[in-house]
Design a protein around this ligand. Sequence first.
Ligand code: SF4
Length: 233
Amino acid sequence: MKKADVIEFYARLAEADPHPETELEFVNPYTLVVAVALSAQATDVCVNKATRALFREVDTPEKMVALGLEDLKRHIKTIGLYNTKAKNVIALSQMLIDDYGGEVPNDRAALERLPGVGRKTANVVLNVAFGAETFAVDTHIFRVGNRTGLARGKTPLAVELKLDKATPQPFRLHAHHWLILHGRYVCKARTPECWRCIVSDLCAYKPKTPAPKGRSLASPSPEPDIDPATGEA
Ligand code: SF4
């Protein structure tokens, strides 16, 4: 995509949603780490349903360790892979207490040391909790980057590095939220809704999806979050 088109692309998404936010619910950086770790291969809606009650009681690593593994499993048993995720959350909470004074570190390498925290989770935490200009490539961004021509790549890391290079100011801070929301609600995996897409003329994807007969132009239902590496929901 040409530089002028990239600017126009982001400008339109920004105008439509000037203050995009993560749809995951959290109350502080620690609960953000937990929520993002729980959201792997699960929808934000599903995670929020489970964490709403949990975070009312438990909002620090110390409280999580005191809650214990079995009680944590009880809270999150509606989330896929909850056994492994619960073990990771208890282990990462213990590491935060032991190595970081109970605080979430503002540092990529330190975040990626935490059990269950990979590059994508670290990027979300750095961006949302600490205001870093990072690009957390999930299944939606991976798809939108490749379809549009904004950032093509065979792996999430390749797409992330291209987005980092291609995305200018003043769009860098919110870019990944705009792209996630665009992929979740408009540029859906099975059928991209090109007929109502505000960046259709800038996007390289062909052929564009025509408006289905008898269907409303507004279609707010979100796409499920599916991991690009595994294809699982
Ligand atoms: S035109 Fe279609 S493929 Fe391109 S970004 Fe919009 S919805 Fe996605």
